[in-house]
Design a binder for this molecule. Structure first.
Ligand SMILES: Cc1cc2nc3c(=O)[nH]c(=O)nc-3n(C[C@H](O)[C@H](O)[C@H](O)COP(=O)(O)OP(=O)(O)OC[C@H]3O[C@@H](n4cnc5c(N)ncnc54)[C@H](O)[C@@H]3O)c2cc1C
Length: 493
């Protein structure tokens, strides 16, 4: 799959999807599977927005039970099972411990009741049912867990994924089915006649070429930018999706557990938080605070990092965690629907598909776990606008392929396992344009101990022949990666 912006101007598409995060990628795959003519444009790299900055869980959302959002938990649990079936190489079961300490806000009996309901809402289709463990049993499984005051532990399952890679997988599958998917291509405006959008104007950010992309229906899947893209449409009539976005920060620490994630109540404010194994490291998250800035400039603040570190240190006192153990921190924006709830963590994770004018659909809200279902509803709505009877959606039963070459040749990293052939394939067949595209969104190297300058230099050497880079361009590509890494994830080198 080569990046081919010229293909965008060649045709009148049934759908133009704006935004290559998981919702746009999922919609493109769904539409392509139903035989529609689809274009997808993404202003930066696929998955470079929120869809690479999540907690990387495909989960039923145990914590939504506190908000009595049983429908969302049932829906998410069903989607968790479906995603595990169609992408077992990406969506993997993760055992989690939920420790209950003396003096905690939520007593053990209540959490056990909640877990029974969690299993029930999954129609007992989760990986395993939950179990209650004694302090001794839990500490035998995870000896580093704080044992003092531990009343009991619930062991349950959710699933874990590489969010960026899974999003790219969806784009690549759509492209394989014939969709014209182009990264580094930004929609800058629309033209309309009689209340109907006829084309979107876009700019190819690599060449500077301006493009006009014609389609019957336009789908705005721009995540935290959704209201900005909707405002470009002359047909919006001021009816814009209303968001109450929040910022979420994660930090990366040395590995703290053997095989479990830990879902725990924060000591400072009682919020539920995660410590998750991530290759040979640990991901700790997340914060949830109101965000009013530019989604393209979102960074972790020192206070966010200190807060997460303090919570992890209290949960794993034996690890002796200190500031210098923070390997990286990154931030993302949750494009949540507007609500009157002052507490950001209590805001609904529900979604909305808003029709503006004749033929613009904007997606707002939602969570990664339910992307497939949201995509299905969106494409059904697009059929309605086109006045055609929808062809059946097959995304719940069609596997998402993994077309990467099997392990061979030079090994670049072992956790995650990455080979030179993966990097060459990313440059030739997966529309990776920059070193960061490969490190952050094709291979997962950036969030591993192989994310530094030496590995980046080797990655650039492998990318150079397929992308035709001379020496100067190759060196500049490594320097750009370093700058991007310092900007967005504040890594130590
Ligand atoms: C901290 C955090 C933790 C989370 N954890 C989880 C979790 O564990 N599980 C879960 O299910 N969900 C989780 N979520 C929610 C989930 O990540 C999001 O719901 C999902 O990724 C949103 O995807 P999206 O496609 O709407 O947005 P994005 O991924 O942001 O995609 C939108 C894309 O549109 C592009 N774009 C914008 N403007 C234009 C334009 N003019 N032209 C072309 N392209 C444009 C952007 O560049 C961007 O890539 C989490 C979110 C956060 C922030």
């Amino acid at each position: 799959m080569r990046r081919n912006p010229a293909a965008l101007a060649d045709d009148i598409f049934d759908l133009l999807i704006i935004g290559g995060g998981i919702f746009g990628a999922g919609a493109a795959r769904d539409a392509a599977l139903r035989g529609l003519r689809v274009a997808l444009v993404e202003r930066a790299d696929f998955a470079s927005g929120t869809s690479s900055r999540s907690s990387k869980l495909i989960h039923g959302g145990f914590r939504y039970l506190e908000q009595y959002d049983f429908a969302l938990v049932a829906e998410s649990s069903r989607e968790r099972r479906i995603l595990r079936e169609i992408a077992p190489h990406r969506v993997k079961p993760l055992p989690l411990l939920l420790p209950v300490y003396r003096g905690g806000e939520r007593p053990l009996w209540l959490l056990r009741l909640g877990m029974t309901l969690y299993d029930l809402l999954a129609m007992y289709g989760n990986v395993e049912r939950h179990r209650t463990l004694s302090q001794k049993q839990a500490c035998a499984l995870e000896p580093t867990l704080q044992a003092d005051g531990l009343r009991g532990v619930i062991r349950f399952f959710d699933c874990q994924e590489d969010d960026a890679r899974f999003c790219v997988d969806n784009v690549l599958h759509a492209a394989k089915l014939g969709a014209a998917c182009v990264n580094y291509c930004e929609v800058t405006g629309f033209a309309a006649e009689n209340g109907r959008i006829t084309l979107a104007r876009a700019i190819d950010r690599l060449s500077g070429t301006e493009l006009e992309i014609r389609a019957r229906v336009f789908i705005n899947a721009a995540g935290p930018w959704v209201d900005r893209v909707a405002a470009l449409a002359p047909t919006s009539d001021g009816r814009l999706p209303r968001l109450s976005p929040t910022k979420g920060v994660h930090i990366l620490l040395p590995r703290l557990t053997q095989s479990h994630g830990v879902f725990f109540q924060g000591r400072r404010d009682g919020r539920m938080m995660f410590v998750l194994p991530w290759h040979d490291r640990t991901l700790v998250g997340t914060t949830d605070t109101d965000f009013h800035g530019d989604p393209a400039s979102v960074y972790p603040a020192a206070a966010d990092v200190d807060y997460l570190l303090a919570e992890a240190a209290a949960l794993f006192p034996g690890a002796g965690l200190k500031s210098s153990d923070v390997i990286a921190a990154f931030a993302g924006i949750r494009p949540l629907l507007a609500s009157n709830t002052a507490n950001p963590s209590a805001r609904s994770r529900d979604h909305q598909i808003l029709r503006q004018g004749e033929n613009l659909l904007s997606l707002a809200g939602g969570k990664y776990t339910t992307y497939r279902l949201i995509a299905q509803q969106t494409i059904d709505a697009a059929y309605g606008i086109m006045g055609r009877k929808p062809r059946a959606c097959t995304t719940a039963t069609t596997p998402i392929p993994d077309d990467r070459p099997r392990m061979s040749g030079e090994k670049i990293a072992d956790s995650p396992p990455v080979f030179a052939s993966d990097i060459e394939h990313a440059a030739r067949e997966e529309m990776a344009i920059t070193v960061d595209d490969v490190m952050s969104r094709r291979t997962g190297l950036a969030l591993s101990r192989f994310g530094g300058a030496d590995v980046a230099a080797r990655v650039a050497e492998i990318m150079a022949p397929p992308l035709g880079w001379e020496d100067a361009r190759r060196q500049a590509a490594v320097a750009e990666y370093g700058a991007e890494r310092r900007r967005s994830i504040g890594f130590e080198e």
